[in-house]
Design a protein. Structure first.
Length: 750
């Protein structure tokens, strides 16, 4: 072979190697099409009602990248959250060419996307009843977008940049508080310079859909961003949106618009800013690196949260992208960026709502203050430090955070019948020494002085729903997180050194921080005559459970007889000469009915809903209409028809239920027009103090929150002002009969 031929062969081989090692990319979008009638996810006040329209399309948008060594999928979906069940199903359907650890799923966090994909309580309070078909169809759309992105792969170049914004977002919790001014952009081009995809990272809640479309599917401002950016770039470009550290961030209103015009304005302006960044980006080859871990989370008093989670990072040359499984407040995101820059990266994007939803993560300084984000933070005040340590371990540059130095337990000595210990070091270290030394005793005291009294009702307030908590339900899974929220304000003003010591003590004892703090305050709580201030979170007041969710094939209905004024609770068994016998739970003086059941099995409950307006004296008051229905209505359909005809009613949530195939129905009334009635699937409906009737789903794993068999719920403990035995309503079937009361012993479970 001649030398010239050898050189030619080597040159061709070199070109082939360069091509094989070059970056390949593909992008695709597939519409997510939840059926009308499926619940939406994002707001509890929707009461689990289904969507009535689609305002604009929802999408799964996928980017495939391959640098010859690392392959990955990055997906953004127009969903409120990525739940583990959805991620797991997507992984089962995803193309096998990419390792599962290299599949990154993110939600835009639109509050107008489909719900129905979460089985666990209490998430269904917001996401609605579980509909496995919605989960399956959504996972299928996401997987299809990944397949199409893979099939469209071609030689590509990539680059990144950022521009500044000062008016597109604002701090929704603190006026003038910190925002993330960075709009981060990744641009992906093909060999001809045409855009394959543009990714924009921006921190703000997509919660701008106007109230008149509260029950319409929408991508919120993200949808307008997609349309505008794809108009500004080459045909075929897939615009993608990655939400930043938006826990306490909302969109601004720089053009002074309202309604949909405001939503469109922010989306359009965001796209324009992103395009300005794209115009300054020079694309080229890239070295990709995906790292991931599944660390153990800090302990939590919320039993519905997992013990481990998935963290991921993506490095594109000098850019670091950190993917966070929940809603992170902006202060933590900004600190993560600063730490990445100090480690040698030139740019950093924090992407939240990724792979899971562990609720909120707030800075320690906010922990004593009760507002929505802090109440939804269940991993303690040191969760920010946890993220700094765990994310540091995933970075490929600089020196990792060395973490805390090891701490040994203090060694107690018995002196004169007491134990003596010596503590030394930082406040955290002293707390940890103490926690390690007495962990068993601290855990036992927590069970004895907090968990036990909560279960028996000793630490529960004498107002609200708690005096009426059903004896067959363990209140601890709900009451402990609520009590934890209620005791946090007692931390306000505590010295930083004491705060540090408490954190160390909790970690050493293996207790959630909230558990240790509740233990510190157990005697204070017990000594308070009125404990309601510690239980101020919005809680359910009525529910209906049907089908196997009720533990049988019939119906279970529960109602908390709460009232703004102190009253003597009275259960009335009425047997009129004409019409149905009925049982009414009320007070000494009220003839009308807010809670009742007749011998045909029809149950009617009503709850005032202030946000729906004040009742108007334009017809028969609601409670007297319900009284008439209990006497006269034979079926659920007849009762619903009468309620629909009462167009003058407003300001109430009404729950009507009967042991029929269709289970329970619910409605709210606004203004002069009755709200639509929801034909209920088997599951559970629960009404919230703050205006929500929520269609729940299966919750077997959460514990026995409903009675076994076909019994209606037992009435619960009477408050101290009305001492007396418990009563229960035995089984009431569809056959006519007379309801009766029987006594049940005090206690928590039977």
């Amino acid at each position: 072979m001649s030398t010239r031929h050898v050189i030619l062969i080597v040159a061709l081989a070199s070109l082939a190697g360069a091509s094989a090692a070059g970056l390949e990319a593909g992008a695709a979008k597939v519409e997510i099409k939840p059926p009308l009638g499926a619940p939406l996810n994002g707001y509890g006040d929707r009461m689990g009602r289904g969507a009535v329209a689609t305002h604009d399309p929802l999408w799964s948008r996928a980017l495939y990248l391959d640098d010859g060594e690392t392959r990955l999928f990055l997906v953004n979906a127009d969903l409120c959250v990525i739940h583990p069940a959805l991620r797991q199903r997507v992984l089962e359907l995803a193309p096998r060419e990419v390792p599962q650890e290299h599949i990154i799923l993110t939600a835009t966090h639109t509050h107008s996307g489909p719900g129905g994909m979460i089985e666990e309580f209490p998430f269904r309070i917001v996401s609605g009843r579980f509909m496995p078909e919605v989960l399956e169809e959504t996972a299928g759309s996401i997987a299809q977008s990944m397949r199409e992105a893979l099939m469209s792969r071609r030689r590509a170049a990539i680059g990144y940049g950022a521009v500044r914004q000062d008016v597109l977002s604002s701090n929704r919790r603190v006026s003038g508080g910190p925002i993330d001014t960075q709009v981060g952009v990744v641009s992906v081009e093909d060999a001809d310079g045409n855009h394959i995809a543009v990714l924009t990272n921006f921190a703000a809640h997509p919660t701008s859909v106007p109230k008149q479309d509260h029950y319409s599917f929408s991508a919120d401002y993200c949808g307008f961003y997609y349309s505008e950016l794809e108009r500004l770039t080459a045909e075929g470009c897939v615009a993608m949106f990655l939400n930043g550290a938006s826990g306490n961030q909302t969109i601004g209103n720089p053009e002074g618009k309202s309604g949909w015009e405001r939503t469109a304005s922010v989306g359009r302006l965001l796209a324009i800013r992103a395009k300005e960044a794209v115009n300054k980006i020079t694309c080229g080859d890239a070295k990709l690196r995906v790292t991931w871990s599944e660390p153990t989370l800090p302990p939590s008093v919320a039993p519905f949260l997992p013990r481990t989670t998935l963290l991921q990072t993506l490095e594109i040359n000098d850019l670091l992208m950190a993917f966070i499984p929940g809603e992170m407040c902006v202060e933590i995101g900004l600190e993560l960026r600063q730490q990445a820059l100090e480690r040698g990266y030139k740019s950093q994007f924090t992407v939240t709502l990724s792979n899971d939803h562990l609720l909120y993560f707030v800075p320690r300084a906010y922990y004593p203050h009760l507002y929505y984000e802090t109440c939804m933070n269940f991993f303690g005040p040191a969760i920010s430090q946890w993220f700094y340590r765990e994310m540091s371990a995933l970075l490929n540059r600089g020196t990792p955070d060395p973490g805390r130095r090891s701490v040994e337990a203090a060694l107690p000595e018995e002196i004169g019948g007491a134990l003596y210990v010596e503590l030394a070091g930082t406040p955290f270290e002293m707390g940890m020494q103490r926690g390690l030394a007495f962990s068993q005793d601290m855990q036992a005291r927590y069970e004895e002085r907090v968990v036990g009294p909560v279960r028996t009702g000793e630490l529960l307030p004498d107002s609200g729903m708690w005096p009426w908590w059903p004896p067959f339900m363990d209140p601890a899974p709900l009451a402990l997180p609520v009590l934890a929220m209620g005791t946090r304000p007692l931390l306000d003003g505590i010295a930083d050194s004491v705060f540090d010591e408490l954190e160390g003590m909790a970690e050493g004892a293996g207790l959630p921080f909230d558990a240790l703090w509740m233990l510190h305050n157990a005697s204070h709580i017990a000594a308070r005559e009125d404990r309601s201030t510690f239980f101020s979170a919005p809680l359910c007041t009525m529910f209906a459970v049907s089908g196997d969710r009720a533990g049988a094939d019939e119906l279970l209905v529960g109602r908390n007889l709460d009232w703004a004024e102190p009253e003597l609770p009275v259960v009335v068994m009425a047997r009129p000469k004409n019409g149905h016998a009925f049982l009414q739970a009320g007070f000494t003086w009220n003839t009308g009915v807010f809670t009742g059941i007749n011998d045909a099995g029809l149950v009617l409950c009503a709850e005032r809903a202030e946000h729906l307006g004040r009742p108007e004296p334009a017809g028969v008051p609601l409670e007297f209409l319900l009284r008439a229905l209990l006497e006269e209505a034979d079926t659920l359909e007849a009762a619903v028809a009468r309620l629909k005809a009462a167009a003058h009613l407003r300001g109430y949530h009404v729950l009507a239920a009967a042991p029929a195939e269709d289970g329970a129905q619910a409605a709210q009334r606004r203004g002069q027009r009755p709200g639509p009635w929801l034909r209920h699937r088997p599951g559970c409906l629960a009404d919230s103090h703050r205006g929500g009737l929520v269609d729940h789903a299966r919750h077997r794993a959460h514990g026995p929150i409903c009675a076994r068999g076909a019994e209606l719920p037992r009435l619960c403990r009477r408050p101290p002002r009305a001492q007396g035995p418990l009563c229960r309503i035995p089984r009431l079937g569809t056959a006519p009969g007379t309801p009766s009361l029987s006594r049940a012993p005090r206690g928590n479970a039977q």
